[in-house]
Write a protein that binds this ligand. Structure first.
Ligand code: LIP
Length: 294
């Protein structure tokens, strides 16, 4: 896509995210109306409301674009590979991959640490293979526009492919740590006992923030050195992947080290310089990708 197209998509995504953010600011700590797959996978009345704000903005501005939102995938069908396969097989040229509230558990508990995550993918045919996601040549989609909006900090992280990353319109650049010893590493709920083992051995200082989008945005902004998690969906990672790359970092499959694609469930994002060292340390420590849904 040309720069003008990307700029137009970015403007619509930013505007839609701002409208969604206004609702999040009003409703922090909202009642849980429904529990999804497990007690940490929560749905509030606000998630679908924010999603609808974004999807209607997309329908209005780009009626031919596709839309994959976390709240449109039924519980139990979250595996991004399955939802994406359906859309990407014969789908539209552009696909919006959206998490209306990433960090819902924080949001429900009134913790002001959650974000709207919007990644827009452009169709790109590519070869994809991973041991837990038996796919050969597929139409994978390449993320070309990203917006992560943290309403509580008033920060908008954005990126376009080959256009660099920004935080509130200032350049966004990954951190300068060179070694694992200097690194600040974060993870999420999907962290396994085995990865904890690597941490306990004192090799990695680890923390959790509860929002994949914010952790990825903070890697891009140089606040964190690296982030990994074993079982995520495309709406958690699409925007963050482009941000990290455009900020000079790397994002790969946690276990295989292959470049990130929308189907990647277990991810490792970093400032680049520490990527191989940290990933190898985690893999040696026994980290595993959680199995795909059957
Ligand atoms: C959540 C993440 C969280 C991660 C969970 C989950 P949700 O997204 O952002 O950091 O650990 O696996 O995906 O459900 O709040 O949109």
């Amino acid at each position: 896509p040309d720069e003008e197209t990307l700029a137009k998509i970015l403007a619509v995504a930013t505007d839609a995210a701002k409208k969604g953010a206004a609702v999040m600011l009003q409703k922090l700590g909202a009642d849980v109306v429904k529990t999804k797959a497990n007690t940490r996978d929560l749905l509030t009345e606000v998630d679908p409301e924010v999603q609808e704000i974004i999807s209607s903005a997309v329908r209005l501005a780009f009626p031919d674009h596709g839309f994959l939102g976390e709240e449109s995938v039924p519980p139990g069908m979250e595996a991004s590979s399955r939802a994406l396969d359906e859309i990407l097989t014969d789908g539209p040229e552009y696909l919006w991959v959206v998490d209306p509230i990433d960090g819902t558990t924080n949001f429900v508990h009134g913790m002001p640490l959650s974000a709207i995550s919007i990644g827009v993918a452009h169709k790109a045919r590519s070869i994809h293979w991973s041991p837990y996601d038996r796919v050969g040549v597929v139409n994978a989609g390449e993320v070309v526009v990203a917006v992560i909006l943290d309403p509580f900090a008033g920060e908008i992280f954005s990126a376009t492919k080959n256009g660099g990353a920004r935080v509130n319109f200032s350049p966004c650049v990954v951190g300068e740590e060179r070694t694992g010893a200097e690194a600040v590493v974060v993870t999420g709920y999907g962290a396994t006992d085995e990865s904890a083992d690597a941490m306990v051995k004192g090799m990695i200082a680890l923390t959790m923030l509860g929002s994949a989008a914010i952790m990825l945005a903070w890697v891009a902004a140089g606040r964190l050195t690296a982030y990994y998690e074993c079982d995520l969906n495309s709406w958690d990672t699409a925007a963050g992947a482009l941000l990290v790359r455009e900020a000079g970092g790397r994002m790969t499959d946690l276990v295989t080290g292959e470049e990130y694609g929308l189907r990647t469930r277990a991810i490792m994002a970093s400032n680049g310089a520490t990527h191989d060292e940290l990933r190898e340390c985690l893999v040696k420590g026994g980290v595993k990708a959680l199995a795909d849904y059957p």
